[in-house]
Write a protein that binds this ligand. Structure first.
Ligand code: ATP
Length: 364
């Protein structure tokens, strides 16, 4: 067990800064409760930093991230700040590639006490994880677009055996871990478009090879268009889902909507040596600076960080801390103590953070 955990903290732009303050407060309290120490090392990066300095992700920031035990990330990007090719400044993509954070982990579940857009009572059973391949797929084309005059543009989808096998293995291992924790059968659903693209037929073949290595885990495959339908019709039917980068990008917003809002969806970007934890939402320029942001996704992302660190360092204090944060968040909404503005309530960042801190004192 380490005496102190070094966390590189990149608040970023817009509401990233606001929700990071909330996470810092909650982390401080949980650290005291379980007896661990965090060294939060704040670093510059983002679209505003690009405007101020000409660099979105400074070398010094990268170095600190390299040395840290984990990276905690708010949100980055501002719609009006763009590079020469017209695309937004998105350092989180550079971090994913730089640290080979190949597994985008997006857990989603409904919260007692908060409404969901789905009418079925089964919506209360939604509890699954979307695993997104994050280093290749169609995002490989970023910065490599083949622009031919003013008539044609080509973006290339890259699917490799190594990249696909490691993300499928990750998904199967995650399903096995969840089955142990939740006492229910493990299942992995592969999402592709194998009926149309050679790259996706190849992806499916690698998925099936991985499935054969995990006979104890049920597995199946679906086309991404059918999955878009199923995620609205019966999202409670899934456990772990694995998919290509671009499909994962789109479906992760869809699944955040299933639980009522972006402010409830945490995420992690995990590699073999490094990991970054950030809310699934962006910088939300429409509400930035008004204290309206829901910090729950950021707080739950910090809880995922504790869980990952606990597992990696064999430190049960951290896993206990993660479970306490999770229980506190659940209690806050189940009790009706607060209702976030994105759910039509009156509570903003400060109220929700305070409510989670109060609940943290009570949960066991
Ligand atoms: P990106 O391209 O980085 O995903 P975006 O602008 O497409 O960013 P978000 O920044 O996530 O998307 O915002 C989408 C919508 O969700 C906005 O209306 C925003 O106000 C809302 N939203 C996002 N995060 C939160 C939050 N934490 N609390 C409340 N509302 C949020």
């Amino acid at each position: 067990m380490k005496p102190s955990y070094h966390i590189a903290v990149l608040p970023g732009d817009g509401i990233g800064k606001e929700v990071m303050q909330a996470a810092e407060q909650v982390l401080g309290q949980v650290a005291e409760r379980v007896g661990v120490s965090f060294r939060l090392d704040y670093q510059q990066a983002g679209a505003q930093h690009y405007v101020d300095s000409g660099v979105a992700l400074p070398a010094d920031t990268l170095k600190v991230c390299e040395q840290a035990d984990a990276i905690l990330f708010g949100a980055m990007g501002l719609p009006h700040v763009r590079g020469a090719d017209g695309t937004e400044i998105i350092p989180q993509l550079d971090l994913r590639f730089h640290f080979d954070l190949y597994a985008g982990v997006r857990p989603i579940r409904t919260f007692k006490g908060l409404p969901t857009p789905l009418a079925s009572p089964k919506a209360s059973e939604i509890d699954f994880v979307l695993v997104r391949e994050s280093t290749e797929g169609l995002f490989y084309a970023r910065g490599r677009g083949d622009v031919r005059g003013d008539d044609e543009v080509y973006d290339t989808m890259k699917i490799t055996r190594t990249g696909t096998a490691r993300i499928c293995e990750f998904a199967f291992k995650l399903a096995e871990r969840r089955a142990l924790l939740k006492g229910r059968p493990a299942r992995v659903t592969n999402v592709d478009k194998a009926n149309v693209f050679a790259s996706m037929a190849f992806w499916r073949r690698i998925f099936e090879e991985s499935a054969a290595r995990h006979p104890g885990v049920a597995s199946d495959s679906a086309y991404v268009d059918a999955m878009a339908l199923n995620l609205v019709m019966k999202p409670w039917a899934y456990d772990v889902m694995v998919t290509e980068n671009m499909f994962g990008d789109i479906l992760s917003d869809l699944i955040a909507a299933l639980v009522g809002g972006m402010g409830m969806a945490p995420s992690a970007d995990i590699g073999d040596r490094h990991a970054l934890f950030q809310p699934a939402h962006g910088t939300a320029p429409d509400i930035a600076g008004q204290g309206k942001a829901n910090p729950t996704a950021m707080i739950l992302s910090a809880a995922m960080m504790l869980d990952w660190l606990g597992d990696r360092h064999g430190d049960t204090r951290l896993s206990d801390g993660a479970a306490l944060m999770d229980a506190a968040v659940q209690q806050v909404f189940a009790s009706g103590a607060v209702r976030p503005m994105e759910f039509g309530g009156v509570n903003g960042t400060a109220d929700i953070t305070q409510a989670v801190m109060n609940a943290l004192r009570q949960v066991r």
